[in-house]
Design a protein around this ligand. Sequence first.
Ligand code: SAM
Ligand code: ZN
Length: 262
Amino acid sequence: MLQSYPVDLSILRCPHDGGAVERSSPSRFACSSGHGFAVDGCVVDFLPPRAAHVVGLARAMVYDALLPRWTLQHLFGVRPALLEELHELAAGAARGGTLVDAPCGSALFSAEAAVRAGIARYVGLDASAPMLRLARRRLVGAGVPDALLVAADLLAPPLAPGSADAVVTSLGLQFVAPREVALGSLARLLRPGGRLYGAAPALGLRASYDRRHQTRRVKDFPLDAATLSDELGRAGFVDVTVRREGALLVWTSVRAAPRSGP
Ligand SMILES: C[S@@+](CC[C@H](N)C(=O)[O-])C[C@H]1O[C@@H](n2cnc3c(N)ncnc32)[C@H](O)[C@@H]1O
Ligand SMILES: [Zn+2]
């Protein structure tokens, strides 16, 4: 249960009105307007009641086992070290501060990176509570018992704007549409000058991924190598660098400072 962990909840905001969220009973949270949210096991659950999690328990376990052993190499054509490095950079940029990992899945790459970097607060957001339960297990094992894990949609993150020193979005943006809303959400989470580190697949970079995309019954939303830099710019990022690795686009970017003056 969440009660077992010394979790700092001050970063939480109601996804409906942006109000602060406080514990209203041992198993529930509420904002001052009365929107209530459950604690589902070790996760604060902002998804609609009885929502079907985008990834169920069986798929979460298969994903967790296959990603490092098969998916990265055969589908995306990259080594696990690429993702490990991305998460090391993100955690390093949040050293002493807050790292938001969205979507965090099972925290496969971020748990160890968070410990090595010495971040003050790890916040994992994902639309799958089963994934988050795997993440809790991994984070506790790695030595991050006070991680805050929230079941929520990346399109409406229930977190205070400007609260993250760095955000990492790894292998998840291809599932979220519209992308401009997703990138806007990630930008808002960052303080000005905070960094976004990302990796997600695009079409046209690797045949195995393109074939898999064509045969998917439910299509996802791969990135576009020709437009990602501009999309990040429109979402409020500067100093954007994008590179291609196998089927993936891997990028770093900085949240622009708000414009001052008239
Ligand atoms: C392939 S996993 C990647 C997880 C992790 N970042 C990693 O690198 O191992 C993709 C994750 O995206 C989550 N997801 C899909 N759509 C989402 C959405 N709209 N909001 C939040 N999470 C979402 C899924 O539940 C899944 O855990
Ligand atoms: Zn509310």
